[in-house]
Design a protein around this ligand. Structure first.
Ligand code: ZN
Length: 133
């Protein structure tokens, strides 16, 4: 995933807070982040808003030692790419999990954490996070 795609992703507020994507009723495909048109069905697609699964599996992860502005005091922390099981992937911080349990293939579940307020452009404020379940 390109850096720019991640930045756009974080600015999509409804998705960030609700983990809401969308679903095409025509081809039964989920999308996250949500989109206006189904790339499979084009104009024949019927898109509806849909909350994404609350559990998933770690595909890959990284430990962050140098955090963005507003998160310096939280380092080190873990960021993981999570497969939600519906062919959708999200990038999320992993919290409340023993370091040895954070590994590829680990089952995780969504938890809500306080969102950090910051006016600094580019700072990442998390609405949801995941923990190893
Ligand atoms: Zn479709």
């Amino acid at each position: 995933m390109a850096d720019n795609a991640i930045a756009i992703h974080w600015r999509r507020y409804p998705e960030r807070y609700l983990l809401r994507g969308c679903h095409c009723e025509t081809c039964k495909t989920d999308f996250f982040p949500g989109r206006l048109f189904c790339p499979n069905c084009r104009r024949k697609g019927k898109m509806v808003s849909k909350e994404m699964p609350r559990t998933g599996k770690i595909v890959s992860f990284t430990e962050v030692f140098v955090g963005p502005i507003g998160f310096q005091h939280e380092t080190p922390y873990f960021l993981a790419l999570i497969d939600l099981g519906n062919k959708c992937m999200i990038l999320s911080q992993i919290v409340d999990s023993p370091k040895e349990k954070i590994k590829t293939g680990a089952q995780v579940k969504k938890v809500f954490r306080k969102i950090q307020d910051t006016d600094h452009e580019g700072a990442i404020a998390y609405g949801y996070k995941f923990k190893v379940s």
